[in-house]
Design a binder for this molecule. Structure first.
Ligand SMILES: [Zn+2]
Length: 480
């Protein structure tokens, strides 16, 4: 008999911080560029060089820890994590061990079925990034130290973990990314490695508690690969246990092309890091007033904004959730909604505009449709100057050309016809052409009226105001 298992997932996420300079030196913190052009004796680990703390990086981690409802350690030491690898020029990484800046926090996720769940967070700490190995082919590898010493924040979920499915893991990661972008802490770019997620996973029979032997998955660089990696590991571990074989504690890599994990190393092959206090840096100290000032300075975060969008604009919770998942999208909505019907704007932003963005692979920041242009479009429609059908066509053209709605309406002659005489002439033609339908309606079949409306709208090329068409049909029928 086979047993059905569920996963228990812990998450370690690393985010490169949005600072001007590196963690312990003045080299620029940037992406790309020719290898080893942003280096100095400190981030190359040359003997005699000394680290200087980047205050901005400390502030960004403090903001994150507060936004994630963590307790703040008033005093925290930095520690050396010792291991040998060519991407680590000093032979150790400066990190935090015993007293991370934030501990015992949480983050609430909302799942697609509307259920919400609290995910507890064990620690939020500050460290430095390593250089990057570039495999040059054959037996050669090259190393680029531009990334060496870039400020890095690690966010680790509590143990035992709260996450119990790939969907929850994805929702957690999306929410964390959204919060980091809201805070201005990270740009959240997973494909460039600025935000990296390493899930660890064990399984248990559905309906039981506890955790099993876990494996850790590395090299996941998108939400999709995190989801697929967890699903793959759940199946792989379930098959092992059902075959009577043990799961071994190991670190796995993810192959995005084959959609499979592969073995990197077993736990017993892992290093003992010999953490000890970093003697070249003074301990960090936070005063309570400083912490409270940082707390007061936090921006409105996704959960609070979502609640405000439902109460202030009367949006459905689901729509408010979509709009507030990204800060640029939320800002765009609010700008467009000032002066127009917010529900209509929300409808367009999450509907027709979202479809156009998806189809072209654009984000809201990339679109030529400005918030002011969208507002004008909705106002033209709501004032009856264009029909709903025309509005959709105009939006598609605005998306391509970046022109305003009124310019397109004028150039294309799309202004809605509300002139009674023009519409009345088409109504008369429709009635004359369909005596059988008229007879049905006279006999009490009200539904048949839709046929006449359709005929008139078609004749008017969709530009007649439907309310005027229906009124005139009623008037003419009553007069028969
Ligand atoms: Zn440097």
């Amino acid at each position: 008999m086979t047993t059905t298992y569920e996963p228990i997932v812990g998450m370690e996420c690393h985010a490169e911080l949005l600072t001007e300079s590196k963690m312990f030196c003045g080299c620029a913190n940037a992406f790309g560029g020719a290898p080893n052009t942003r280096t100095c004796p400190v981030c190359l680990g040359l003997p005699g060089s000394l680290p200087t703390m980047n205050r901005r990086a400390v502030d960004l981690v403090l903001r994150t820890a507060l936004a994630l409802h963590c307790e703040i350690s008033l005093d925290c030491l930095f520690a050396r994590k010792n291991y040998f690898y060519p991407d680590l020029p000093k032979g150790y990484q400066i990190s935090q061990y015993d007293d991370p800046i934030g501990k015992s926090g949480y983050l609430d996720i909302t799942l697609e079925d509307g259920r919400s769940k609290r995910i507890h967070i064990r620690r939020v700490h500050l460290e430095e990034d390593t250089g990057k190995l570039i495999h040059a082919g054959g037996n050669e590898s090259e190393v680029d130290y531009n990334r060496s010493g870039v400020p890095l924040m690690e966010v680790v979920t509590e143990f035992p973990p709260d996450i119990e499915s790939a969907d929850e893991a994805k929702a957690y990661l999306e929410k964390l990314r959204s919060i980091l972008i809201y805070l201005g802490v990270s740009d959240g770019k997973m494909e460039e490695g600025h935000l990296r997620a390493e899930p660890n996973l064990s399984i248990r029979p559905v309906g039981t508690t506890g955790v099993g032997v876990k494996t850790e998955i590395k090299n996941l660089n998108s939400f999709k690969s995190v989801y697929k990696g967890i699903e793959y590991e759940l199946v792989r571990q379930s098959e092992l246990l059902n075959a009577g074989e043990p799961v071994r504690q190991e670190t796995l890599g993810w192959n995005d092309v084959s959609g499979e994990t592969y073995h990197m190393r077993f736990k017993e092959e892992e290093q003992e890091y010999r953490y000890f206090p970093e003697p070249d840096l003074v301990p960090l100290h936070f005063d309570t007033p400083d912490i409270e000032a940082a707390r007061a300075d936090l921006p409105e975060l996704p959960d609070a904004k979502r609640e405000r969008f439902t109460s202030q604009y009367g949006l459905r919770d689901y729509e408010a959730g979509i709009l507030t998942a990204s800060r640029p999208l939320a800002d765009y909505f609010e700008e467009a909604a000032s002066g127009a019907d917010p529900k209509a704007i929300a409808n367009y932003v999450t509907g027709d505009l979202a479809k156009l963005l998806n189809a072209s692979g654009q984000e809201i920041n990339d679109t030529k449709v400005t918030a002011a242009h969208l507002r004008e479009l909705i106002m033209l429609r709501d004032d009856g100057k264009i029909t709903n059908n025309s509005a959709k066509a105009v939006l598609a053209e605005m998306f391509e050309s970046g022109e305003s709605a009124s310019t397109i309406v004028e150039a294309r002659g799309l202004a809605a016809v509300s002139d009674d005489s023009a519409i009345a002439a088409e109504v008369d033609k429709a009635l004359a052409a369909s005596p059988d339908v008229v007879a049905k309606i006279k006999g009490g079949n009200e539904k048949s009226k839709g046929f006449l409306t359709g005929m008139v709208m078609k004749a008017m090329k969709g530009q007649a105001r439907p309310d005027v068409v229906n009124r005139l049909i009623d008037e003419r029928l009553a007069a028969l």
